[in-house]
Design a binder for this molecule. Structure first.
Ligand code: XMP
Length: 308
């Protein structure tokens, strides 16, 4: 990569040349890549870039508010709450790939509606180098995409030559807060792939609460800086427990905390045992539906980082 300020200058010129006075849209997830692509493109297009944040109801606790608070002041920002549409379609679905397919389809539908409404001609994407290198270069640098209801958009990928560490450097140079630039990755299908078995509103809500406790405690101890991802998985397994004098039968939550350079491989590092025990106690105390917490100690390979 060039030095970050030259990269930004050249990218701005390139985007201006490609898009001109037309309107562009970007799906802003709040992750590092789409955030950097959004802010960089905004420098080139101003309010002709519309950043669309879709709330699919599978976000972490406080995420929609966080993204809104961070980006509303600096982007032409639209938040679309489509959570009911997603959750209704997912109710009772258990196969992970089926969950991903449903989420992908509804996401594109919602996105196309907004793109049509604003008269977009270009779609900006936060694709980075590993995204297309891993798919063996199948994603070409110049291409159009035809959305399901007929809208055709020309793709612009301003950070496609960058690797994650370079994306973070450019993000910092653009004035994006450190906390956002260094966030842990979060899968697009969100909590849907962190709840095993059939999805329901109840299970998503339990998983969200458990995950918030994991994030809070890991960040409090400062271990987040050593981890690639840290989260809670709500399993479909029910386990006998005891609350007071009464036997109980509730969910098993698994804590997953891994270190990695690029998500291709990952390992479970040494973890402060007090932190693990605090998380476990808090989850069973604060979430009555959970009777048991266990810790995943599997590396990738042979496991994957996510459970689904
Ligand atoms: P796995 O579970 O395959 O995950 O070891 C590798 C990395 O990819 C993320 N991941 C996803 N990201 N959509 C995404 O945007 C998905 O469907 C998806 N599945 C896994 C995972 O969080 C990890 O960082």
């Amino acid at each position: 990569m060039l030095n970050p300020s030259d990269f930004i200058k050249e990218s701005i010129e390139e985007i201006k040349k490609t898009v001109g006075d037309e309107t562009a849209v970007i799906g802003l997830s709040g992750g590092v890549d789409s955030s950097v692509a959004s802010v960089l493109t905004k420098e080139a297009l101003g309010d002709n870039l519309i950043a669309v944040f879709v709330d699919h109801g599978l976000l972490r606790e406080g995420e929609a508010e966080y993204v809104q608070k961070t980006f509303e002041p600096r982007l032409n920002f639209r938040c679309v709450d489509a959570s009911e549409e997603f959750l209704d379609a997912l109710e009772g679905v258990s196969d992970p790939e089926e969950k991903r397919k449903i989420i992908g389809k509804i996401f594109i539908d919602v996105f196309e509606r907004v793109a049509e409404e604003v008269g977009a001609k270009f779609l900006v994407q936060g694709t980075i180098a590993p995204d297309w290198i891993e798919s063996e270069g199948k994603i070409k640098s110049h291409h159009n995409v035809a959305l399901p209801h007929g809208l055709v958009l020309e793709i612009v990928e301003p950070i496609r030559e960058l690797y994650k560490d370079e994306v973070r450097i450019v993000g910092t140079e653009l004035g994006i807060p450190d906390e956002l630039v260094n966030r842990q990755p979060y899968p697009g299908p969100g909590l849907a792939v962190r709840v095993t078995g059939k999805l329901s509103h109840e299970k998503i809500s339990i998983c969200r609460k458990a995950n918030a406790i994991v994030e809070e405690e890991v960040q409090k101890v400062g271990v987040d800086k050593e981890l690639w991802q840290y989260f809670a998985v709500l399993t479909d397994t029910k386990v006998t427990g005891v609350k007071g004098d009464i036997r109980d039968y509730g969910y098993l939550v698994v804590l997953r905390m891994v270190a990695s350079m690029d998500a291709m491989t990952a390992h479970v590092p040494e973890l402060p045992w007090d932190m693990v025990k605090t998380i476990s106690r808090r989850i069973t105390a604060e979430i009555p539906e959970v009777t048991h917490v266990s810790l995943s100690v599997s590396d990738k390979p042979p496991s994957t980082i996510e459970f689904a």
